[in-house]
Design a protein around this ligand. Structure first.
Ligand code: NDP
Ligand code: HEM
Length: 500
């Protein structure tokens, strides 16, 4: 006992026993006055916080972002200046599975980064794909419902997924990536990360540039086929946790090269005129041929968390966390996410989630928010609790105001998909695949369509035909080869045979 820390109550009082409840005689009932028993049971009932509504299963580690190149002509952000080294946290995730889901499932992977910069936290909350399924935040909750469980069967529904995708041609690009070889990376270190949205950078001269963020794996891409993944899952549901944790413990630190694509502010209109794609459409990339990758530096993960719950489960990433020199763009999806994430965190881990150690900025924080559940830390200047004040409270700094955006237009609910070209970019991707990749794509899609009603399959095949007739034909042939299993269709559509 002499050299061991003394066990205490949460209020700090020493405890005589942590083995035996307080009872009336050795066989008697327990007493209400055994407040430590009650405390232990009550704490246990509160051990979980709600899981993330999406991206519930995740794996994370700390690391460093090092800027090796000079991109100061684009941004004044200190984190992007030559030589800057910034501590960071990464959390990778799957989108649809719950917290207990198997790691090696086919899904998009989250790629969330938090940089603890000297000017506040900067978060890039991206994915391992450069595009997304939908182009409007209005559609996000519906899309996610199709990825989660059917309300009646409580099973995942291939019918719902393909119904939604086939009715939303903007999803074709992302669906093709998801169903391609890159749909199941072998572990988090073997995939790229993308900010995906168009953000902006602005420099000391007040010039703005639209920007895309790319993190390319230095370990090389590695993927499982469906069959390989099934074998992995049969052995372990935690293969990503084992891989990421293990490689960092062994000193094999995973690295990514950090690149940006940059578009001068006034070129966005020209880009749309030339290509037919909006520079702010999350379902499209900027072709490298037009906007080459510009190297910025390197990201390395080199430290495992000590406590998964406190540091990874309670981590909270916000696309709205930017720092001077980095800004948003008119991308509708990004605009929707700016609201959604802080709101999700307040619900999931509390009003003051940003004061939790893992989320706490390493730079000074000074604001006038008050009260709420569990505010950590005391105000150091108690008389300055409103603003403006005459008591030396924190004041605004106009020097960090970003240059004004040039927005004009009439308010309306515009159908921005109407005439858009949803086919050329998936076609460019399809043409990158060799024969083997194409065959695996066809078979993966055919397998994922098992049990889906024919009218939905036909609608989706017509979209694949528009990408490339060989794409539609390949999937048709794979469906024929695999044969149809209508079990799922009867499970999920009997109440809603909306074939017409
Ligand atoms: P490029 O040939 O210059 O770039 C192709 C890109 O595709 C590379 O970044 C490569 O990533 C990536 N890629 C290769 N194989 C796959 C795959 N199986 N699944 C997903 N990505 C893959 O062409 P463009 O820039 O003109 O783009 C052509 C198409 O490539 C796009 O329509 C898009 O689908 C895809 N793509 C484009 C990106 C961009 O930002 N321009 C980014 C990622 C994909 P890597 O170097 O890691 O192998
Ligand atoms: C997690 C909403 C699109 C990447 C989440 C969460 C919400 C959410 C509510 C859970 C947050 C939490 O509880 O911590 C939305 C909405 C979207 C959208 C409303 C569209 C309008 C996207 C896109 C990407 C993305 C386009 C990638 C480019 C992520 C990642 C996480 C996440 C990586 C997990 C973050 C973590 O590791 O904690 N999203 N999302 N999301 N989202 Fe989105």
């Amino acid at each position: 006992m002499a050299d061991r820390t003394r066990l205490t109550t949460t209020a700090g009082a020493p405890l005589s026993s942590n083995q035996n409840s307080k009872t009336v005689g050795p066989r008697g009932p327990v007493l209400l006055e055994d407040y430590q028993l009650i405390e232990k049971l009550a704490h246990q009932n509160r051990e979980r916080v709600p899981e993330r509504v999406v991206h519930a299963k995740g794996w994370g580690a700390y690391g460093t972002l090092t800027v090796t190149e000079d991109v100061s002509r684009y941004s004044r952000a200190k984190v992007l200046q030559p030589g800057a080294k910034t501590e960071m946290l990464a959390r990778f995730s799957t989108v649809a599975g719950e917290q207990g889901a198997a790691d090696a499932e086919r899904d998009v992977r989250g790629f969330a980064l938090k940089f603890y910069t000297e000017e506040g936290n900067w978060d890039i909350v991206g994915n391992n794909t450069p595009v997304f399924f939908v182009a409007d935040p209005y559609k996000f909750p519906d899309f996610i419902h199709t990825q989660k469980r059917h309300p009646r069967t409580n099973l995942r529904s291939a019918t719902a997924m393909w119904d939604f995708w086939s009715l939303c041609p903007e999803s074709l690009h992302q669906v093709t990536i998801l169903m391609s070889d890159r749909g199941i990376p072998t572990d988090p270190s073997r995939m790229n990360g993308y900010g995906s949205h168009t953000y902006s950078l602005w420099n000391d001269k007040g010039e703005r540039f639209w920007v895309k963020f790319h993190f390319k794996t230095e370990q090389g891409h590695a993927h499982f086929t469906n069959e390989e993944a099934e074998k992995v899952i049969a052995k372990s549901r935690e293969s990503y946790q084992e891989a990421l944790y293990g490689m960092i413990e062994e000193g094999r630190f995973p690295k990514w090269t950090f690149y940006i694509q940059v578009m001068p502010e006034m070129e966005a209109e020209d880009f749309e005129k030339k290509t037919g794609w909006s520079a702010f459409d999350l379902t499209k990339v900027w072709p490298h041929g037009m906007y080459p990758l510009i190297k910025v530096g390197e990201m390395e993960l080199n430290r495992n968390p000590e406590n998964y719950f406190c540091e990874i489960e309670q981590s909270a990433f916000n696309p709205s966390n930017i720092v001077p020199g980095i800004g948003f763009s008119p991308d509708k999806m990004l605009q929707g996410r700016l609201f959604s994430y802080p709101d999700a965190h307040r619900y999931r881990i509390g009003t003051h989630y940003e004061s939790l150690p893992v989320n706490k900025p390493k730079s000074p924080v000074a604001h006038y928010h008050m009260g709420g559940t569990m505010p950590f830390g005391l105000q150091t200047n108690p008389d300055a609790y409103y603003e403006p004040n005459s008591f030396n409270g924190p004041v605004e700094d106009p020097s960090v105001e970003e240059p004004p955006h040039r927005y004009a237009g009439q308010v309306g609910r515009y159908d921005h998909r109407g005439e858009a070209d949803h086919f050329s970019q998936p076609r460019a991707l399809f043409n990158l695949f060799d024969d083997g990749q194409k065959q695996r794509l066809f078979h993966t899609i055919a397998g994922a369509m098992q049990g889906v009603p024919q009218f939905i399959v036909d609608r989706q095949l017509a979209l694949f035909d528009q990408v490339d007739p060989a794409y539609g034909a390949g999937v048709r042939k794979a469906i024929e080869e695999q044969g149809r299993d209508d079990a799922e269709a009867s499970l999920s559509t009997s109440h809603s045979a909306a074939a017409e």
